[in-house]
Ligand binder design. Structure first.
Ligand SMILES: [Zn+2]
Length: 228
């Protein structure tokens, strides 16, 4: 069932359906068009509406590879932020919708490498905070009392769970929307109970994350783009 708002306009001869960027569906109709006709139009346009919503929901990741110059976009928790490079002591700040990176003696050959290093450190530091927060939240829900947590660069995995109960995460996951961070977090937390990918494991995950299948697929499709 699609929820929608009916907007009746006196000078309207035809109906038109709209989907706003935040997925609000509205239909503009002539003043006297009966409700059942409106419902019929919405029903016929369901596929078109769902398609619009799917496009709205698709995260547009920034292009690669990077030159690390002002104006390029970098993703954090599924949102893109422009890079602004300025002169100053080496540091990174996410403020006013920008990644502000300051470096000393701007304009050298090694600038790109330094900016890359600084941004990677920033992601690493924020990945530690964000992952600790999400793990704590879901461990509470799952009633898991003890676990270890490390964040590092992993080449081919988003996370892992060792036999001694240490969860390991790839810092690059914080470039993705929070729903994908939560998928990886819940996946690894469930491995504390169930070490393989058996039917029991996926059933356990489903208890805490009913939409895990969609999230798994989204991560599979977009994961390669989560890099700087
Ligand atoms: Zn797994």
């Amino acid at each position: 069932m699609i929820e929608y708002t009916v907007i009746r306009k006196p000078n309207r001869k035809t109906a038109s359906v709209q989907v706003s960027p935040d997925n609000q569906v509205s239909i503009i109709v002539p003043l006297d068009l009966p409700e059942e006709r409106i419902a019929g139009i919405i029903k016929r346009k369901t596929r078109w509406i769902m398609n619009k919503i799917a496009i709205n929901n698709q995260v547009k990741y920034p292009v690669r590879p990077k030159d690390f110059v002002s104006g390029e976009a970098f993703a954090y928790l599924g949102r893109n932020y422009r890079l602004k490079v300025a002169e100053g002591i080496s540091r990174v700040e996410l403020k006013n919708g920008y990644f502000l990176v300051t470096i000393p003696n701007k304009g050298k050959a090694g600038d790109a490498r330094l900016i890359r290093t600084l941004l990677t450190e920033w992601y690493m530091q924020h990945a530690r905070l964000k992952l600790a927060e999400r793990v704590k939240r879901y461990a509470g829900i799952m009633d898991i009392k003890s676990y270890g947590l490390t964040v590092k660069s992993l080449s081919s995995q988003w996370g892992s769970c060792s036999k001694d109960g240490t969860l390991q995460f790839n810092w690059r996951i914080v470039m993705a929307p929070l729903r994908l961070v939560d998928y990886v977090v819940c996946h690894e937390l469930c491995h504390l109970t169930c070490h393989d990918h058996s039917k029991e494991f996926w059933q356990l995950l489903e208890r805490y994350l009913p939409e895990w299948k969609e999230l798994k697929e989204e991560l599979r499709q977009t994961g390669a783009l989560l890099t700087i």
